[in-house]
Design a protein around this ligand. Sequence first.
Ligand code: NAD
Length: 297
Amino acid sequence: MSTIGFIGLGNMGGPMAINLVKAGHTVQIFDLVADSVDKVKAEGGRPAETAAAAVANADVVISMLPASRHVEAVYLGHDGLLEHIGSSTLIIDSSTIAPVTARQVAAAASEKGLMMIDAPVSGGVGGAVGGTLTFMVGGETEALDRARPLLEAMGKNIFHAGQAGAGQVAKVCNNMLLSVLMTGTAEALQLGVNNGLDPAVLSEIMRKSSGGNWALEVYNPYPGVMPGVPASNEYEGGFLVDLMIKDLGLALASALDTSTSTPMGALARSLYVAHGDQGHGQIDFSSIQKMYQRSPK
Ligand code: NAD
C-alpha cells in the first residue's frame, strides 16, 4: 500500500481520493475549500495544513485541479510542490490542461529527477464515484507501470497515448469530437421535430442508422426522450457547458500551435461560448439543444 498526497478534492478529485482510501492506501489530502476536505476526511482521508505537508513522505502525488494556471501555480515557481516532493516520488496530474503546460511541468519535474505523467480522465463525476474512469496517459512507460495499480483503483480503462503531454492531446481530441457530435445530434433532432417528427421516434431511427453515435446511444440531448440523462432533468448535473468551453479553448490552442485546420471544432466552440453567454454555463453540455429550440409563437 502507498502513501499518496492528493491535491484538489473537487467534484472529480474528491471521489477519486475516496476510492484510493477504500483501496487501502494512506491518502494525505489538501484543497483550498474546507468543505471539500471534510467530505474526504469523513471517508478516511488525512487532512494536511498545506499542499507541501500533503506531499511530505508521499510515494505518489496526484493532482486534480481546474486548469493550466492552477497546475503551474501548484507545482512550479518559488515554493512550488517540486521543491517539496521527494526524489523517489511519482507525480500524476489528472487535471485537463494544455498539452504545452503538461510538457513544461513534466520537464521541470524531470530536471529535479522526478517521474511525472499526465493522466486526464473521461467519465465524469459518475465515473469518478464509481471508479470507472478512463485515463489517457502521457509519459514514460516505467512511470505508467508504477502508476497503474493506483489508476486501476480509480478507473476501468487506461490508455498510454505517448510521451509527456500526449494524454492531454488525446483528451482534447476526444472532447472536441464530443462537442461536434452533440451539436450535430441536437441540430438533426430539432430539424425532425420542426418538421413534425416525434423526437423519440427520430432518435431511434438515427441510432440504428448511419447517423448513430454516443449521444443517441446513452446521452440524448432532447428532453424526455431518454430517462436518467441530464436532458430529462432540466440539464442538471453531467458535464458543464463551462468545462466544455474550457476544453474547446484547449483544442483551439493546440490547433493554432500546430497550424491544424479544425473548422468543426472552432464552430462548436463558438456555439458553446454563445450558449454559455446566455447563462447556461453551469448546466450540462447537452443543453446545446436549447439553442436550436424555437421559442413558442
Ligand atoms: P472542481 O472545480 O470541482 O475541483 C477543483 C478543485 O481544485 C477545487 O476543489 C478547488 O478548490 C481545488 N483547487 C484549486 N486550486 C487549488 C490549489 N492551489 N490547491 C489546492 N486545491 C486547489 O473541478 P472538477 O470538476 O473536479 O474538475 C477537475 C479537473 O478535471 C478539471 O481540469 C476538469 O476539466 C477535469 N474533468 C472534469 C470532469 C467533470 O465532469 N467534472 C470530467 C472530466 C475531466
